[in-house]
Design a protein around this ligand. Sequence first.
Ligand SMILES: Cc1ncc(COP(=O)(O)O)c(C=O)c1O
Length: 418
Amino acid sequence: MSKPVYDYSHSSALFERANKVIPNGIPGHFNPIVQKPSGAYPHYCQRAEGARFWDVDGNEFIDLMCAYGPMILGYANPVVDAAAQGQAGKADTCTLASPVMVELAEYLVELIPVADWALFAKNGADATNMAVFIARTATERRKIIAIDDGYHGSSPWMQSRARAGITPADHNEVIRIPWNDTAALEAALDANPQQVAAFISSPYHHPVYQDNALPAPTYWDAVHGLLERHGVVSICDDVRAGFRIDMGGSHEYFGYKPDLSCYCKAIANGYPLSAVVGSEAMKEAAGAVFQTGSFWFSAAPMAAALACLQELKGRDGPSRIMATGRRMLEGMVEIAADQGQELVVSGMPSMPYLRSAHEDGNEFHQALCGECTRRGVFMTSHHNLFVSAAHGEAELTRIWEVFDAALKTVLQESLVRT
Ligand SMILES: Cc1ncc(COP(=O)(O)O)c(C=O)c1O
């Protein structure tokens, strides 16, 4: 039996207070405006453990967003937390870097075949910006080719032209092309001879509000052939998919070797850290660029990353998470089919994008995700989900139970409306 739907009165009261002192109450993608339908989602978390979190009303959720990616081993993972706290007890942000920075760089170089060095920062956008700086320095060129709707962070050149505060000049050096389109890449390179520094792309296409798309079988080979011919640096933005597909980098799974690769999200199981790794050929340029931050040498997140990556590797994390994702999706697709519905799954099983092929389109799927959330399985409709190593049998059983009840409710409601 499914539990009754949740009440969010404490969340709503806190959000009202927040609106007075924080623009929009909660900025960015955690804002309730993004999470539709309104009223279906809580806003504030009280505590989190394993695959679950509890909101300020005491409601329990199985989390299928994993903090939008950073959680991979489970919240409050004892191994990662002990490593971070142990390092924090010695030194965290200090006047000098800590030895753990060297240990982590050595570990990444050992773990990731294309890595001969590593640099660290805080957010994913720090890493993708740094990779672009390095590519420009290495090539003495300015332009960047990126994929339509590919997300690399919130720096001006990465944002949509329509967003507040963005000027046309921010996009002067950025050429956008469609995903999986090598003819468009070739045309862009031919139209900008000796001007393109880098091609930046995630290893597969995971935009919001759209089915996600894997590379065509020959895509990365063809891309790399063109990049090599034109002397263009290949940047893999593995910020979102990193360590959820392959411990050696998602490019290993898709069979290509970028010059630079960017990590963040899952690297430290929620502790703030990002990294750029690169080939020997990029090392001199990496040493020449200036980019830093007040907290970039903070050692506790580096200790957390080392523990997180060792733990993931030891547990064969990516394969297990992919297998869990596959089982979860098979179950959900079957439940939908039993109710005469098609659930469309795209992307990778460890971070799948779901869509309901219902005549009410996105509105139906939004309602479905909202009903799942109100029954204790937190999932959004516009973004890919995330599966973690903490999602086990108990979570899968509950996810299927809730999904079944939520779908029945949404179907009944859509019948009532028609
Ligand atoms: C593929 C990708 N690149 C870069 C970023 C930016 O990371 P951050 O938000 O930590 O700056 C994100 C964030 O969602 C991402 O998914």
